[in-house]
Design a protein around this ligand. Sequence first.
Ligand code: ARG
Length: 459
Amino acid sequence: MSDGRLWGGRFADESAEAFHRLNASLAVDRRLWPQDVAASRAHARMLGEQGIISADDARQIDGGLQRIAAELEAGDFAFLPGDEDIHTAVERRLTELVGDSGRRLHTARSRNDQIVTDTLMYLRERAALQAGMLRELGEVLLRGAEAHLDTLLPGYTHGQRAQPVRLAHHLLAYVWMLGRDRRRLANVVSACEECPLGSGALAGVGFPVDRHAVAHELGFARPSANSIDAVSSRDALLDYLSFAAQLGVHLSRLGAEVVIWAGDETRFVTLDDAYASGSSMLPHKKNPDAAELARAKAPRLAADLGGLLGVLAGLPLAYNKDLQEDKVFLFDAVDTVELLLPAVAGTMATLQFRVAEMAAAAGEGALAAIDLADHLVREGWPFRRAHEAVGALVRACEERGISLADAGPSELGAAGLGDVSVPQLSAEGSVEAKAVPGGTARAQVLDQLEAARALVASW
Ligand code: ARG
């Protein structure tokens, strides 16, 4: 080994500085040290038990690795400029500590099976943590829905007020989105079940390693079935990045709504001071920064997915150094999701819904137009004729600057509805009329709430 490189023997000359800087991944992969040390301990123990290295070497290695873990934990592990990646740093230090025993650790192993093992272990750990974060956000939304079963607000299509809905119904829409995200996250965990160790560089290893023992000790369900696939595949990372990209879209849409709701055009919510910020110039401002950033992180998460797809597409088997770029995208997404979820949960948990403003907006204008058309249909009108007549009535009301509910004989006459008995139109009547499963009537939303509670409890 020359100048700390794990592969120096074949080389007469040292690496160029510019090459080393490009090639080194320590700055990115050093966070994998807990997984790297754990996987090395399992590997060394197995090598000892299989008689591939001596029991004494295995003991020395284990002691050295425990000390390295303590140094890394305490932050006093001295990384050297020549440490190419976390594997190199750990093995270099191990050799400093236990000499030739340390030089036996890499028997029957390659960094190619090592890095993907570390990454899968890391990923399943973050997935478990993020499942808890999803659950927290789900619970916040559920609590909001429980508190606002009887709060009405306008639902929008095309950015225009379309029909009154229950706020509970609207908030629950996000719970179902998160439910699908949670399912995708569970798929990520399943994709992390197979242990690559024993695959070596690509073909398997030339010693009687016990792949099952190592796999089980490290919490995998089984060893991977194909060594070439094991060192080349980044499917679990793609699954995670797909999860993160879609979650990002969902949180972005929620963020966008909070921005609109907190804006002066609706004033549907008041943001808590803890999740808003001020303007450095305009003293009166209280800006929805958390919601805006939630809105803006989605493209970054999508880019992480796109980035790794780009690295993998067209890449021949098996390991190629291109694959080292995988962690740049993965870690960026992991960090972004872990920043976002608690901030969005906090924003939603502390949001004050301005019930009166919402109700007033839900009752105004022509939001019950469909309910009048439905009434005419029940009286025997063909829907298309009812639609046209009510449309004419809306136009007449608009011209006179009155709300549909206040239409009088002259507007009704103008719309050809002079001899029709018009029912009292209200937002409350409108939501109660949507009594289909999945609709916004109270009984339906109560059913939905119960199903959503069971869903979130399963996360
Ligand atoms: N740092 C590398 C990575 O992240 C580890 C594997 C290196 N393997 C190799 N043959 N150079 O992918």
